[in-house]
Design a protein around this ligand. Sequence first.
Ligand code: PBG
Length: 323
Amino acid sequence: MSFTATRPRRLRASPALRALVRETALDAGDLVLPLFVRSGKGEKRPISSMPGHFQYSVDEAVKAAGEAASSGLPAVILFGIPDKKDAKASGAYADDGIVQGAAKAIKDKYPELLLIADLCFCEYTDHGHCGIVKGDKILNDPTLELAAKTAVSQARAGFDVVAPSGMMDGQVGAMRKALDGAGFAETPVLAYAAKYASGFYGPFREAAESPPSFGDRASYQMDPANFNEALREVALDVEEGADMLMVKPALPYLDVLRAVKERFLLPTAAYHVSGEFAMIKAAAKNGWIDEKRVALETLTCIKRAGADFILTYYALEAARWLA
Ligand code: PBG
């Protein structure tokens, strides 16, 4: 290939030509909307660091899910804020728990909308860690029993997919076994397979009221500096029966996303997390960037890097922009 025989600009000359050769297409069908649910009625509490997002009571969450469905989104993922937190995260696996109730109400009204359950304990424990705590340690194996119970409770409530995000070793296998044993062999697991201990989760912790009361999550979530370790983490989850994989956060980890997609060839998601969303919102509010352009560019690039679908707080706005 040499200039002048090859002139890449020839194919950029018009919108039609550019559309013809475009390699990545983003559409609403690729996007999953996270929703935060708490008790109450008619409640919609704004989350200040995530403009346009709320903690919803169940009835309001049903309305938000309806908006997702009518905007062409295939799925929502639910996070619960329970009334009571305790050391054993009881609210996570209570059959009348907050997300279980929300799932039933949403399924009732919008049976076609896929419901994904985030499976983690930080919103449900009084210490805010993602597992059973002893002293200053987060215990792995006792947490697996809770994960198994929670997966079954979520499947029973009507969730279509369970998504473990606690980064405990063996959690996918423990849940798979429990689901199979309880008659949910057909319920897929979306593993937050490579989840990093990231500063980009800041706004989420306000939204889900889940910051750890001591220490941090570095003993279970991954070191942002590590790439090889991500592939080992993912390999374990695949071996344990993960049906779909996730890399989280998204934009700073596109190298990991691409490698996971190429190596494991499973449906792969990326979580465009709260801090990534908040940065675009904040800069746009200051007039420093064009929000629509930057948000769609970001989501397109996450898809280009290998994501089959994207969990993003921009899901509804992006669906509107793309319609
Ligand atoms: C639960 C969980 C977190 C997020 C998703 N599931 C928070 C955390 O690990 O601290 C973060 C999502 C976001 O920032 O949007 N463990």
